[in-house]
Write a protein that binds this ligand. Structure first.
Ligand code: GTP
Ligand code: SPV
Ligand code: MN
Length: 590
């Protein structure tokens, strides 16, 4: 299949280790993929859905213990612990290799090892990077084909170059006690074992495009970020690009595909999607920051996705999509999840596989779909996919937005004073945990730049890299903002309608970038004047907007104490600028 000696040598080694019955190269040809789909349906690994209503769509159910990323079993194996930093799990590389090699030994006896050459980013773009994933799961192959650019064209682009990321995945018996998701940044190697779920096994995604790529970016002078990329078109037809970093299950896919409120749509405002999860950012020839989406599909959260909340995402899932851990409507062999509509199917199979009366089942408080159930949909299915989606040079970024789920602390939106302060705003982000990772849900934790689970080296060095990038960008740097769609009132209800109405906030952000609107400078940065948040057609009072924009100094000072403790663990690696920014914030609040 290839003459690339580096690939062949590594393949021989992995073959000897895993001992598969046969090797199959994924070429990218439709006939091969169709045969794999048939095989997966024959073994029960996948279920073919209603091909009239959902052409090319399939269903997959994972093991009950294997439904989300596992952060406590994810490791960054750098030669020293300091390189991985205090918030990553670390093990000395040779020790980890020895441990893993035992788990992979003969793990594929009687099974097929699929070889997936893939490109993150358009094949041949100067932004792009190549990986080769070896896996014994057809589900992984078929997801990788949607999520990345796969096949012979990638091997051609690689040529005889040895520069590719080595990715090995073995499903084994999905034993959670022996599950490991391991990155070796210096070796450009990823090893994943005992899982068959999403971010744990689609190794191009979080493992490569964030953990390995963030490390490469630090060395090579670019950035890999957990960010959506959207283009906002104004009535004059001008498009400006925004990148936004929100933690997992905090609204990236939704914002990336936003449909403006009716009256803004009528005026001619539109949103174009470039990416919904990951951005690779480089300084372009004109000195501005440019972004590409290294992925080719969306691995989106299903629950909450509806015609009303995210029409475009729903449209994207109507063909050639794989659904994982949602519910099946047995009347017509289609899919359902909480929030799709108000009619759970009576004749349903819930995500674990039990036949239930979906109406009674949900009325009793059970969930038919797993909260982290997902769709894997090709990006080209999305009605609002940007014309720049395949642009090998990326799109110029005007604004960077941070955000998370903060019931009390953060206002609807504020702007940082400059790049350095914006880096601090990102570094001190916090959010309530979600079902996207195993563990408790709804606990506030610090999640710098939404990268806590994804940074491939010491978080403090990563902040230093942000500061260095800002110095290189100078006055061409994007402006940095923070948003919070999730503020709650005393009745625990969201105070902001969110979804399409978030466009009102994006307009304020771009107006700020263009110097078209003023703002109030306060302790935390620039906050909008109440009158500048456009509420036309919204059933909201001035007092409600004031409350959304308000800052409670007491709550913020408590947060400052928490940040002090958080920063302390980085010792003298913490950039001085971050400590200074914290002192300024505390002084301002007092
Ligand atoms: P990952 O794929 O895990 O990285 O998640 P994501 O950041 O893309 O989150 P996504 O857009 O899938 O949204 C996750 C959940 O948040 C869904 O249940 C949405 O319905 C909900 N959500 C998204 N945007 C908003 C919003 O503006 N307001 C409210 N209240 N909920 C939202
Ligand atoms: C996330 O958890 O941020 C995701 C899903 O986008 S996963 O691919 O599982 O990481
Ligand atoms: Mn994500």
């Amino acid at each position: 299949m290839t003459k690339n000696q580096a690939v062949l040598n590594w393949l021989e080694e992995m073959k000897a280790l895993c001992n598969p019955e046969k090797i199959v190269w994924i070429t990218g040809e439709e006939a091969q993929l169709e045969a794999l789909r048939e095989e997966a349906c024959a073994t029960g690994e996948m279920i073919k859905l209603n091909q009239e209503k959902l052409p090319g769509c399939y269903y997959h159910r994972t093991a009950e213990n294997d439904v989300a990323r596992v952060e406590d079993r994810t490791f960054i194996c750098t030669p020293t612990k300091e390189e991985a930093g205090p918030i990553n799990n670390w093990m000395e590389p040779s020790e980890m290799y020895a441990k893993l090699n035992k788990l992979y030994k003969d793990s594929m006896v009687g099974r097929t090892m699929y070889v997936i050459p893939y490109s993150m980013g358009p094949v041949g773009s100067p932004f792009s990077k190549i990986g080769v994933e070896l896996t014994d799961s057809i589900y992984v192959v078929l997801n990788m084909v949607i999520m990345t650019r796969v096949g012979d064209k990638v091997m051609e682009a690689l040529g005889d170059n040895a520069d590719f990321v080595k990715c090995l995945h073995a499903k084994r018996d999905v034993d959670p006690e022996e599950r490991y998701i391991v990155q070796f940044p210096q070796d450009k190697t990823i090893m994943s074992v005992n899982s068959a779920y999403g971010g744990n096994v689609l190794l191009g995604k979080k493992c490569f495009a964030l953990r390995i790529a963030s490390y490469l970016g630090m060395q090579e002078g670019w950035m890999a970020e957990h960010m959506l990329i959207l283009g906002l078109e104004n009535p004059k037809g001008e498009v400006k690009y925004i990148c936004a970093a929100f933690p997992s299950a905090c609204g990236k896919t939704n914002l990336a595909m936003l449909i403006p409120p009716e009256y803004l749509k009528e005026k001619g405002y539109k949103v174009w999607t470039v990416g919904d999860d990951i951005a690779w950012l480089r300084i372009g020839p004109d000195g501005r920051l440019y972004a590409i989406n290294p992925e080719a599909g969306f691995f989106g959260v299903a629950p909450g996705t509806s015609v009303k909340t995210n029409f475009n995402a729903l449209e994207a899932t109507k063909k050639n999509t794989i659904f994982t851990n949602v519910a099946i409507n047995n009347d017509d062999n289609t899919v359902w999840w909480e929030g799709l509509d108000k009619n759970p199917p009576v004749n349903a199979t819930e995500w674990k596989g039990a036949l239930v009366n979906g109406k009674e089942y949900t009325e009793a408080g059970n969930k038919l779909a797993h909260p982290n159930s997902r769709f894997t949909a090709p990006a080209i299915n999305c009605p609002c996919i940007s014309s720049e989606f395949e642009n090998p040079m990326g799109v110029p970024v005007s604004a960077i937005v941070f955000g998370g789920r903060r019931a009390k602390c953060a206002p609807l939106v504020y702007q940082s004073r400059d790049w350095e302060h914006g880096t601090f705003v990102g570094a001190t982000m916090a959010s309530e945990t979600t079902a996207a990772a195993a563990g408790a849900v709804g606990v506030v934790r610090r999640d710098p730049m939404a990268m806590k689970p994804f940074v491939g080296y010491n978080m403090a060095s990563y902040w230093q890299h942000w500061l260095d990038m800002g110095k290189k960008l100078g006055d061409k740097a994007p402006k940095i903002f923070h948003v919070n769609w999730f503020r709650k009132d005393e009745n625990d209800d969201f105070m902001w309608p969110g979804f399409g109405d978030n466009m009102r906030v994006l307009n304020w952000i771009l107006d700020r970038c263009d110097g078209k609107v003023g703002a109030k400078e306060c302790a935390i940065g620039y906050v909008p004047d109440v009158a500048d948040i456009d509420v036309e057609g919204l059933d909201m009072t001035t007092e409600e907007i004031e409350a959304l924009l308000s800052i409670d100094n007491k709550v913020w000072l408590e947060d400052v104490e928490n940040i002090k403790e958080y920063f302390a663990q980085f010792g003298d690696k913490l950039p001085k600028e971050m400590a200074d920014q914290l002192a300024t914030l505390e002084g301002n609040l007092k």
